[in-house]
Design a protein around this ligand. Structure first.
Ligand SMILES: C[S@@+](CC[C@H](N)C(=O)[O-])C[C@H]1O[C@@H](n2cnc3c(N)ncnc32)[C@H](O)[C@@H]1O
Length: 237
Protein backbone atom coordinates (compact mmCIF):
# COMPACT_ATOMS: atom_id res chain seq x y z
CA UNK A 1 0.00 0.00 0.00
CA UNK A 2 1.43 3.37 -0.99
CA UNK A 3 2.00 6.40 1.19
CA UNK A 4 -1.35 7.92 0.23
CA UNK A 5 -3.12 4.90 1.64
CA UNK A 6 -0.93 4.98 4.79
CA UNK A 7 -1.83 8.63 5.40
CA UNK A 8 -5.43 7.81 4.69
CA UNK A 9 -5.46 4.92 7.18
CA UNK A 10 -3.99 7.11 9.90
CA UNK A 11 -6.50 9.91 9.31
CA UNK A 12 -9.32 7.44 8.99
CA UNK A 13 -8.49 5.71 12.26
CA UNK A 14 -8.85 9.11 13.92
CA UNK A 15 -12.27 9.58 12.28
CA UNK A 16 -13.32 6.09 13.36
CA UNK A 17 -12.08 6.60 16.92
CA UNK A 18 -14.03 9.85 17.06
CA UNK A 19 -17.23 8.42 15.59
CA UNK A 20 -17.12 4.91 17.02
CA UNK A 21 -19.91 3.78 14.70
CA UNK A 22 -17.94 2.71 11.65
CA UNK A 23 -16.70 -0.85 11.29
CA UNK A 24 -12.95 -0.61 11.00
CA UNK A 25 -12.39 -3.87 9.14
CA UNK A 26 -14.97 -2.97 6.53
CA UNK A 27 -13.56 0.50 6.12
CA UNK A 28 -10.08 -0.91 5.64
CA UNK A 29 -11.36 -3.22 2.92
CA UNK A 30 -12.97 -0.25 1.20
CA UNK A 31 -9.79 1.75 1.42
CA UNK A 32 -7.65 -1.08 0.09
CA UNK A 33 -9.99 -1.33 -2.86
CA UNK A 34 -10.33 2.36 -3.63
CA UNK A 35 -7.53 4.48 -2.21
CA UNK A 36 -5.23 3.90 -5.19
CA UNK A 37 -7.69 5.58 -7.54
CA UNK A 38 -9.15 8.22 -5.33
CA UNK A 39 -6.62 9.21 -2.71
CA UNK A 40 -7.38 10.36 0.77
CA UNK A 41 -9.13 13.61 0.07
CA UNK A 42 -12.37 12.42 -1.42
CA UNK A 43 -12.80 9.50 0.99
CA UNK A 44 -12.30 11.72 4.01
CA UNK A 45 -14.53 14.44 2.57
CA UNK A 46 -17.34 11.92 2.20
CA UNK A 47 -16.71 10.25 5.55
CA UNK A 48 -16.83 13.53 7.36
CA UNK A 49 -20.38 14.06 6.08
CA UNK A 50 -21.48 10.60 7.19
CA UNK A 51 -24.38 10.45 9.58
CA UNK A 52 -24.98 6.73 9.14
CA UNK A 53 -22.65 3.95 8.13
CA UNK A 54 -24.42 3.11 4.81
CA UNK A 55 -21.39 1.18 3.68
CA UNK A 56 -22.90 -0.53 0.66
CA UNK A 57 -23.91 2.80 -0.80
CA UNK A 58 -20.55 4.25 0.24
CA UNK A 59 -18.84 1.48 -1.69
CA UNK A 60 -21.10 2.20 -4.68
CA UNK A 61 -20.06 5.83 -4.57
CA UNK A 62 -16.53 4.81 -5.50
CA UNK A 63 -17.19 1.95 -7.89
CA UNK A 64 -19.94 4.02 -9.36
CA UNK A 65 -17.76 7.05 -10.03
CA UNK A 66 -16.58 5.24 -13.13
CA UNK A 67 -19.52 2.89 -13.65
CA UNK A 68 -22.11 5.64 -13.99
CA UNK A 69 -20.47 6.51 -17.31
CA UNK A 70 -21.77 3.18 -18.62
CA UNK A 71 -25.32 4.31 -17.93
CA UNK A 72 -24.74 7.69 -19.58
CA UNK A 73 -22.89 6.51 -22.67
CA UNK A 74 -25.89 5.11 -24.61
CA UNK A 75 -27.50 8.57 -24.59
CA UNK A 76 -24.42 10.19 -26.16
CA UNK A 77 -23.71 10.32 -29.88
CA UNK A 78 -20.18 8.87 -30.13
CA UNK A 79 -18.81 11.69 -32.30
CA UNK A 80 -20.44 14.64 -30.53
CA UNK A 81 -18.14 16.55 -28.18
CA UNK A 82 -19.16 16.30 -24.52
CA UNK A 83 -18.71 19.09 -21.98
CA UNK A 84 -18.78 18.15 -18.31
CA UNK A 85 -19.34 21.11 -15.99
CA UNK A 86 -18.01 20.49 -12.48
CA UNK A 87 -16.07 17.41 -13.58
CA UNK A 88 -14.31 16.94 -10.23
CA UNK A 89 -11.87 14.02 -10.35
CA UNK A 90 -12.80 13.25 -13.95
CA UNK A 91 -13.64 9.55 -13.68
CA UNK A 92 -16.64 9.66 -16.01
CA UNK A 93 -14.78 11.94 -18.41
CA UNK A 94 -11.79 9.56 -18.50
CA UNK A 95 -14.08 6.57 -19.04
CA UNK A 96 -15.94 8.26 -21.94
CA UNK A 97 -12.74 9.53 -23.57
CA UNK A 98 -11.34 5.99 -23.36
CA UNK A 99 -14.27 4.86 -25.51
CA UNK A 100 -13.71 7.50 -28.16
CA UNK A 101 -15.97 10.36 -27.03
CA UNK A 102 -14.29 13.77 -27.32
CA UNK A 103 -14.59 15.12 -23.75
CA UNK A 104 -13.83 18.42 -22.05
CA UNK A 105 -14.17 18.74 -18.28
CA UNK A 106 -14.30 22.10 -16.53
CA UNK A 107 -14.07 22.79 -12.83
CA UNK A 108 -13.18 25.69 -10.56
CA UNK A 109 -10.99 23.55 -8.29
CA UNK A 110 -7.34 23.24 -9.33
CA UNK A 111 -6.92 20.39 -6.81
CA UNK A 112 -9.73 18.38 -8.36
CA UNK A 113 -8.36 19.02 -11.85
CA UNK A 114 -4.87 17.93 -10.84
CA UNK A 115 -6.32 14.60 -9.66
CA UNK A 116 -8.38 14.36 -12.87
CA UNK A 117 -5.33 14.88 -15.09
CA UNK A 118 -3.33 12.29 -13.12
CA UNK A 119 -6.17 9.83 -13.29
CA UNK A 120 -6.56 10.27 -17.06
CA UNK A 121 -2.80 9.77 -17.49
CA UNK A 122 -2.76 6.68 -15.29
CA UNK A 123 -5.67 5.24 -17.28
CA UNK A 124 -3.67 5.70 -20.50
CA UNK A 125 -5.78 8.52 -21.95
CA UNK A 126 -4.54 10.57 -24.93
CA UNK A 127 -2.81 13.82 -24.02
CA UNK A 128 -5.70 15.89 -25.38
CA UNK A 129 -8.73 13.71 -24.58
CA UNK A 130 -10.16 14.22 -22.06
CA UNK A 131 -9.04 17.81 -21.70
CA UNK A 132 -9.53 19.59 -18.38
CA UNK A 133 -9.92 23.35 -18.06
CA UNK A 134 -9.97 25.40 -14.87
CA UNK A 135 -12.90 27.74 -15.36
CA UNK A 136 -16.29 28.47 -13.81
CA UNK A 137 -19.31 26.87 -15.43
CA UNK A 138 -20.88 30.33 -15.59
CA UNK A 139 -18.41 31.83 -18.10
CA UNK A 140 -17.30 29.18 -20.55
CA UNK A 141 -14.44 29.92 -22.95
CA UNK A 142 -16.09 27.98 -25.80
CA UNK A 143 -17.86 29.15 -28.96
CA UNK A 144 -21.62 28.71 -29.30
CA UNK A 145 -22.68 25.32 -30.65
CA UNK A 146 -19.43 23.56 -29.67
CA UNK A 147 -20.92 20.55 -27.85
CA UNK A 148 -23.52 17.87 -28.46
CA UNK A 149 -24.14 17.34 -24.76
CA UNK A 150 -23.44 18.97 -21.44
CA UNK A 151 -23.10 16.88 -18.28
CA UNK A 152 -23.71 18.13 -14.77
CA UNK A 153 -22.87 15.17 -12.55
CA UNK A 154 -23.46 15.96 -8.89
CA UNK A 155 -22.31 19.47 -9.72
CA UNK A 156 -25.32 21.61 -10.59
CA UNK A 157 -26.51 21.77 -6.99
CA UNK A 158 -23.09 23.09 -5.91
CA UNK A 159 -23.13 26.07 -8.24
CA UNK A 160 -23.71 29.49 -6.76
CA UNK A 161 -25.30 30.81 -9.98
CA UNK A 162 -27.05 27.87 -11.61
CA UNK A 163 -29.12 30.04 -13.95
CA UNK A 164 -25.98 31.62 -15.44
CA UNK A 165 -24.42 28.20 -15.91
CA UNK A 166 -27.54 26.73 -17.52
CA UNK A 167 -27.64 29.73 -19.89
CA UNK A 168 -24.03 29.00 -20.81
CA UNK A 169 -24.88 25.32 -21.33
CA UNK A 170 -27.63 26.39 -23.74
CA UNK A 171 -25.24 28.67 -25.59
CA UNK A 172 -22.45 26.11 -26.12
CA UNK A 173 -24.84 23.31 -27.16
CA UNK A 174 -25.70 22.57 -30.78
CA UNK A 175 -29.38 22.79 -31.77
CA UNK A 176 -31.04 19.68 -30.42
CA UNK A 177 -28.21 19.20 -27.94
CA UNK A 178 -28.91 17.83 -24.50
CA UNK A 179 -28.14 18.31 -20.86
CA UNK A 180 -27.63 15.22 -18.71
CA UNK A 181 -27.98 16.10 -15.05
CA UNK A 182 -27.21 13.47 -12.43
CA UNK A 183 -27.78 13.91 -8.71
CA UNK A 184 -28.71 11.65 -5.84
CA UNK A 185 -32.44 11.62 -5.19
CA UNK A 186 -32.17 13.57 -1.94
CA UNK A 187 -30.50 16.43 -3.83
CA UNK A 188 -33.15 16.44 -6.58
CA UNK A 189 -35.84 16.75 -3.92
CA UNK A 190 -33.97 19.30 -1.79
CA UNK A 191 -32.84 21.75 -4.51
CA UNK A 192 -35.22 23.18 -7.19
CA UNK A 193 -33.04 21.92 -10.04
CA UNK A 194 -35.86 20.62 -12.21
CA UNK A 195 -37.61 23.98 -12.12
CA UNK A 196 -34.40 25.88 -12.89
CA UNK A 197 -33.45 23.60 -15.78
CA UNK A 198 -36.95 24.03 -17.23
CA UNK A 199 -36.77 27.82 -16.86
CA UNK A 200 -33.45 27.78 -18.73
CA UNK A 201 -35.24 26.40 -21.81
CA UNK A 202 -34.77 22.65 -21.48
CA UNK A 203 -37.46 19.95 -21.54
CA UNK A 204 -37.23 16.61 -19.80
CA UNK A 205 -36.87 13.74 -22.29
CA UNK A 206 -36.12 10.77 -20.05
CA UNK A 207 -34.84 9.75 -16.66
CA UNK A 208 -32.91 6.81 -15.29
CA UNK A 209 -32.86 5.55 -11.73
CA UNK A 210 -29.38 4.20 -11.01
CA UNK A 211 -28.03 2.37 -7.94
CA UNK A 212 -27.88 4.03 -4.54
CA UNK A 213 -24.88 6.11 -3.67
CA UNK A 214 -23.70 7.60 -0.43
CA UNK A 215 -23.64 11.39 -0.45
CA UNK A 216 -24.42 14.28 1.85
CA UNK A 217 -24.51 11.93 4.81
CA UNK A 218 -27.08 9.47 3.46
CA UNK A 219 -27.76 6.80 0.86
CA UNK A 220 -30.18 7.43 -2.01
CA UNK A 221 -30.56 6.38 -5.66
CA UNK A 222 -28.65 8.32 -8.28
CA UNK A 223 -31.05 9.85 -10.79
CA UNK A 224 -29.95 10.97 -14.26
CA UNK A 225 -32.35 13.25 -16.12
CA UNK A 226 -31.92 13.93 -19.82
CA UNK A 227 -33.10 17.30 -21.12
CA UNK A 228 -33.22 18.73 -24.63
CA UNK A 229 -33.17 22.35 -25.61
CA UNK A 230 -36.64 23.63 -26.26
CA UNK A 231 -36.23 25.25 -29.67
CA UNK A 232 -37.50 28.80 -30.03
CA UNK A 233 -38.16 29.95 -33.63
CA UNK A 234 -36.16 33.09 -34.47
CA UNK A 235 -38.35 36.15 -34.06
CA UNK A 236 -40.84 34.40 -31.78
CA UNK A 237 -39.23 35.35 -28.51
C1 LIG B 1 -19.66 16.91 -5.92
S1 LIG B 1 -18.45 17.33 -7.10
C2 LIG B 1 -18.92 16.28 -8.45
C3 LIG B 1 -17.73 15.90 -9.28
C4 LIG B 1 -18.00 14.91 -10.41
N1 LIG B 1 -18.79 15.51 -11.48
C5 LIG B 1 -18.68 13.64 -9.91
O1 LIG B 1 -19.75 13.30 -10.38
O2 LIG B 1 -18.07 12.98 -9.06
C6 LIG B 1 -18.95 18.94 -7.66
C7 LIG B 1 -17.89 19.64 -8.48
O3 LIG B 1 -18.42 20.87 -8.98
C8 LIG B 1 -17.38 21.83 -8.96
N2 LIG B 1 -17.97 23.18 -9.02
C9 LIG B 1 -18.68 23.83 -8.06
N3 LIG B 1 -19.06 25.03 -8.51
C10 LIG B 1 -18.59 25.16 -9.78
C11 LIG B 1 -18.66 26.18 -10.77
N4 LIG B 1 -19.30 27.32 -10.55
N5 LIG B 1 -18.06 25.96 -11.97
C12 LIG B 1 -17.41 24.79 -12.22
N6 LIG B 1 -17.33 23.78 -11.30
C13 LIG B 1 -17.89 23.97 -10.11
C14 LIG B 1 -16.64 21.52 -7.67
O4 LIG B 1 -15.33 22.05 -7.67
C15 LIG B 1 -16.65 19.99 -7.68
O5 LIG B 1 -15.52 19.47 -8.33
Amino acid sequence: MGSTADRLLKALSEVIADRGSLDRAEMERLIARHAGSFGAYMILRLLLTAKTAGLEAFDNMFSFAFAKAEYLAPALHPADPVLSIGCGFGQVETWLAGRGHPVTGVDTSPEMLAVARNLARSEGANADNPSFVEVAGTALPFAGGSFGSVLYLSSLHEMADRRASLAEAGRVLIAGGMVLAGEDETTWSRVPLEQEIGEAGFSLRSEQLLPKIFNHGQASPYVVREYVRTEVEPGWA
